[in-house]
Design a protein around this ligand. Structure first.
Ligand code: NDP
Ligand code: 2IT
Length: 443
C-alpha cells in the first residue's frame, strides 16, 4: 500500500461528490509518495491531513435585482485554503458551472502555485454561479455589490486578497473594489487586478499569458529549442489566451487557432490578435465573428480545436478541456510541448499520454503562476505606495517564471523524475508550504 493512500481515503470520505477536487488532490498525492518516504515527520505531524482540509469555507446567498426588476439569487463562495506562507490569495470565478468542488480544486492548487512564485502568499479561491454573459453593466454592478456586501467581512489586505479568474476581469474588480471601499471606508490593496489609476499594476493584465510563454520558452531553451518558427494552438480567447497569443507571436511563433465555448477559429496565416481583442475585450462578442473580417479563416462549432496540427499546445480555457483522445490526436500530429495556461485543463489520462510519449508537459500550477506572481507585485506596490513601470514589472515576471522553471526541473531531477515537471512542481510547492506549517505548530 502506498504511504499516502490513507489521505486519498480521507478525501474521498469527506468529499464524495467533489470530482474536480478529488482529481486535483490525486495528482498531487501521486507526486508526493517519495517525499512522504523521505520525510516521515510530515506524516507524524499530520501535514497531509491538514493540507487537504481548507482552513475555512464560506458559502453565502447573493440576492440582486435584474434590469426587469426581478429578484435573482446566486450562490457565493470563498474557500480560504492555507495561510502558512502568507494571506490567502487567489481569484474569483463567475461562471454558471461554479460549485464548491471547483472552488476547492482551484484553492488547493493555488497553495502550491503561490509557493512556487517565491512571494509570501497563501492559497484561496472564490466565486459564484452567476453568469456575466449577456448581462448589462448595471446588472453586473448590482451583482458585484451584493457579492461584496457579504465577502467584505472575510477579506482584507493582510487576511485574504481576491483577484480575477474566469468571468471576472477589470470591470468586475472595479465594482467589487468600489463596494469594499464604501463599506470599510478604507482604500487598501484588498483586491488585485485593479485599474491603473487606482492601485493596479502595469502588466497584470498581460501577466498570466506572458508568464506562460516565458515559462515555455525557458523549458524549450533548456532543450536547445524555442518558440521561433513554431506552429501554436491556444485554446480560449479570454484574458490568459489573448496575452499568450501576443507573447508567443512576439517570440517568433505562428498561432493558428483559438476558441470559445461555442467553437474554434483556424487561421493558417496566423491569428490577427487586434481582431480578437476587439471582439472579446471591446465588444464582448463571440469568436465566430473573427471570420467576418478574415475570409481566409475558418470557424467550426464545437470542441475540435486539438485536431489541428501544431508543435506547441497552450490550453488556456478551463478544466478538463483536453482529454485522452485530444492528447492522442496532438501526439499523432507531432506536438512537442503542452503547457497549461488554464488550471487543470488536461485530464489525468491526457497527462499520462503526454508523459509516456515524451511530450514536454508543464502543469498550470507552475506555468500559469505569472498572473498571481504579478498580483503579488501589485500588493508590494500598494504597500510601498508606489507604481513600477511596465518594463520593471515585466522583467520581474520573467525572472520569476525562469526561476519557477529552474526549481521545478531541478526538483524533478533530484527525485529521479527528470522532465516530469508535474512531479517537480508538486514537490517543490509542497515542501515550501510543509516547512512553514512545521514551524508554526499544529494550527
Ligand atoms: P476569461 O473569462 O477571460 O476567459 C475564459 C475563456 O475560456 C473564454 O474564451 C471562455 O469562452 C473559455 N471557456 C470557459 N469555459 C469554457 C468551457 N467550458 N469550454 C470551452 N471554453 C471555455 O478567463 P481567464 O482567461 O482569466 O481564465 C482562463 C483559465 O486560466 C482558467 O482556467 C483560469 O482559472 C486560468 N487562470 C487565470 C488567471 C488570470 O490571471 N486570469 C491566472 C491563472 C490561471 P466563453 O466566453 O465562451 O465562455
Ligand atoms: O488561478 C490564478 O492563479 C488566478 N486566477 C490569479 C489569482 C490572483 O490572485 O491573481
Amino acid at each position: 500500500m502506498a504511504k499516502l493512500d490513507y489521505i486519498k481515503e480521507t478525501v474521498l470520505r469527506r468529499n464524495p461528490n467533489d470530482a474536480e477536487f478529488i482529481q486535483a488532490v490525486d495528482e498531487v498525492l501521486l507526486s508526493l509518495e517519495k517525499v512522504a518516504q523521505k520525510h516521515p515527520e510530515y506524516i507524524e505531524n499530520g501535514i497531509f491531513e491538514r493540507l487537504i482540509e481548507p482552513e475555512r469555507q464560506i458559502v453565502f446567498r447573493v440576492p440582486w435585482v435584474d434590469d426587469n426588476g426581478k429578484v435573482q439569487v446566486n450562490r457565493g463562495y470563498r474557500v480560504e485554503f492555507n495561510s502558512a506562507i502568507g494571506p490567502y490569495k487567489g481569484g474569483l470565478r463567475f461562471h454558471p458551472s461554479v460549485n464548491l468542488s471547483i472552488i476547492k480544486f482551484l484553492g488547493f492548487e493555488q497553495c502550491f502555485k503561490n509557493a512556487l512564485t517565491t512571494l509570501p502568499m497563501g492559497g484561496g479561491k472564490g466565486g459564484s454561479d452567476f453568469d456575466p454573459k449577456g448581462k448589462s453593466d448595471g446588472e453586473v454592478m448590482r451583482f458585484c455589490q451584493s457579492f461584496m456586501t457579504e465577502l467584505y467581512r472575510h477579506i482584507g489586505q493582510f487576511t485574504d486578497v481576491p483577484a480575477g479568474d474566469i468571468g471576472v476581469g477589470g470591470r468586475e474588480i472595479g465594482y467589487l473594489f468600489g463596494q469594499y471601499k464604501r463599506i470599510q471606508n478604507e482604500f487598501t490593496g484588498v483586491l488585485t487586478g485593479k485599474g491603473l489609476t487606482w492601485g493596479g499594476s502595469l502588466a497584470r493584465t498581460e501577466a498570466t499569458g506572458y508568464g506562460l510563454c516565458y515559462f515555455t520558452e525557458a523549458m524549450l531553451n533548456d532543450k536547445q529549442d524555442s518558440f521561433k518558427g513554431k506552429t501554436v494552438i491556444v485554446s480560449g480567447s479570454g484574458n490568459v489566451a489573448i496575452y499568450a497569443v501576443e507573447k508567443a507571436t512576439q517570440l517568433g511563433a505562428r498561432v493558428v487557432a483559438m476558441c470559445d465555448s461555442a467553437g474554434y477559429i483556424y487561421d493558417k496565416n496566423g491569428i490577427d490578435l487586434d481582431t480578437v481583442k476587439n471582439i472579446k475585450e471591446v465588444r464582448r462578442g463571440r469568436i465566430k465573428e473573427y471570420v467576418q473580417d478574415h475570409a481566409d479563416a475558418q470557424y467550426h462549432e464545437g470542441t475540435g480545436i486539438w485536431s489541428i496540427p501544431c508543435d506547441i499546445a497552450l490550453p488556456c480555457a478551463t478544466q478538463n478541456e483536453l482529454n485522452e483522445q485530444d492528447a492522442e490526436m496532438l501526439i499523432k500530429n507531432g506536438v512537442k510541448a503542452v503547457c497549461e495556461g488554464a488550471n487543470m485543463p488536461c485530464t489525468p489520462k491526457a497527462i499520462e499520454r503526454f508523459q509516456t510519449n515524451h511530450v514536454l508537459y508543464a502543469p498550470g500550477k507552475a506555468s500559469n503562476a505569472g498572473g498571481v506572481a504579478v498580483s503579488g507585485l501589485e500588493m508590494s506596490q500598494n504597500s510601498l505606495r508606489m507604481a513600477w513601470s511596465f518594463e520593471e514589472v515585466d522583467e520581474k515576471l520573467q525572472q520569476i517564471m525562469n526561476e519557477i522553471y529552474r526549481t521545478v526541473a531541478d526538483t524533478a531531477k533530484e527525485y529521479d523524475m527528470e522532465d516530469n515537471f508535474m512531479a517537480g512542481a508538486n514537490i517543490a510547492g509542497f515542501l515550501k508550504v510543509a516547512q512553514a506549517m512545521m514551524s508554526q505548530g499544529i494550527v
